[in-house]
Design a protein around this ligand. Structure first.
Ligand code: NAD
Ligand code: UD1
Length: 337
């Protein structure tokens, strides 16, 4: 029996594939490589010292998807595949709704047809929208403020309706906070195609000299130092959360939702200082205006994941900074070398 990983060549997917293989699972990976490179999977294979099947297909292609299910004995699906840029989703909403929602419909229909009813879905803290109080529990109102976040909420809703219609499904909705860092080997990590939008990959590119300085978006927020506060979580901790979710989903039925974060909020300045202290690299920065759509603080209440999944993040800010620097230093051009 295999675990099917959609979007497995991507940032979180590749780290999760490695943890799955290390734990002895057999995996099958699907990715259309629209935002990733095959090299990430070559390196997963090298690190795990084992091979696995890879299908370079698009989830929008239902026929191709069917061949994956007919050729393999799939036990459960971890569904990472999707587009994730907030800005792009505002510019091309139809593309985002089509890619994220339609591909999930195709996947669920095909799973149902082949009697595979166990799924873990990559949702996002983005579904909460403007946080009314922190730490954010899973019961916080859901009000995503951009098309990307709305695709996540729509998919969560579809999966809940699916379970209501057929109680033999078993689904975990995982709401990630801010994944950062890289595998400790420095062989796999985040490889943004363009100028990074997110803080940590931007900082690492400043550290390596690809960018002059970081623009800190606003220093007048209602936080301890005026800069935005987020819940950064090491990608390997996050990957391990998927294994815990699998252990819950495989032997049971039902649908449940979990925040995956550390429960600790760090500001932009905390991250800069942490990075400088851990890596001895100077990160020049300037304060600029707030980024539209940003909120002052967002961090998770992770009590539910701890209690029900038996999962807690173990890596600290130092690990996150050190591992992301090691990845960047060893791979200045990402997977392109
Ligand atoms: P990523 O872009 O690195 O990985 C997603 C992968 O899905 C890519 O390899 C891409 O090529 C593939 N893909 C996209 N559309 C596809 C399709 N139609 N068919 C086949 N493959 C397709 O992103 P990531 O950071 O690894 O994120 C994984 C998931 O987690 C995404 O669903 C994302 O929305 C969600 N998420 C990410 C973050 C984050 O900050 N990275 C935060 C919250 C939630
Ligand atoms: C962003 C996305 C969110 C996504 C999340 C995880 C937006 C509006 N939101 O959230 O949907 O789920 O990433 O990947 O894009 N910052 C700077 N300078 C920079 C970059 C960021 O000061 O160059 C600040 C931001 O203002 C924020 C913090 O750093 O306070 C974190 O930003 P970022 O990494 O983009 O994550 P989010 O804003 O949480």
């Amino acid at each position: 029996m295999s675990i099917l990983v959609t979007g497995g060549a991507g940032y979180i997917g590749s780290h999760t594939c490695l943890e799955l293989l290390n734990a002895g699972y057999e995996i099958v990976v699907i990715d259309n490589l629209s935002n990733s490179k095959l090299e990430s999977l070559n390196r997963v294979s090298e690190l795990a010292k084992t091979d696995f099947k890879f299908y370079s297909i698009d989830l929008l292609n239902k026929k191709a998807l069917e061949t994956v299910f007919s050729e393999n004995n799939i036990e459960a699906v971890i569904h990472f595949a999707g587009l994730k840029s907030v800005n792009e989703s505002i510019e091309t909403p139809l593309h985002y709704y089509h890619n994220n929602v339609t591909s999930t419909l195709n996947l669920c229909q095909t799973m149902g047809k082949y009697g595979v009813k166990k799924m873990i879905f990559s949702s996002s803290a983005n579904v909460y929208g403007e946080t009314k109080c922190v730490p954010v529990t899973e019961e916080h109102p859901l009000n995503p403020i951009n098309p990307y976040g709305r695709t996540k909420l729509i998919i969560e809703t579809i999966l809940r309706d699916l379970y209501i219609s057929d109680h033999s499904w078993s689904i975990a909705l995982l709401r990630y906070f801010n994944p950062v860092g890289a595998h400790e080997s420095g062989r796999i990590g985040e490889d943004p195609n363009d100028i990074p939008n997110n803080l940590m990959p931007y900082i690492t590119q400043v550290a390596i000299g690809k960018r002059d300085k970081l623009k800190v978006f606003g220093n007048d927020y209602d936080t301890h130092d005026g800069t935005g506060v987020r819940d950064y979580i090491h990608v390997v901790d996050l990957a391990k959360g998927h294994l815990k979710a699998l252990e819950m989903v495989i032997p049971t039925t039902g649908i449940d939702v979990f925040n995956l974060g550390t429960g600790v909020g760090y500001s932009v300045l905390d991250l800069i200082k942490g990075y400088e202290n851990t890596t001895s690299q100077k990160i020049p920065y300037i304060f600029t205006h707030r980024r539209p759509g940003d909120i002052d603080k967002c961090y998770a209440d992770t009590t539910k994941a701890t209690k029900k999944l038996g999962w807690t993040a173990t890596k600290n800010l130092e690990d996150m900074c050190y591992d992301s620097w090691k990845w960047q230093k060893n791979n200045p051009n990402g997977y392109n070398e």
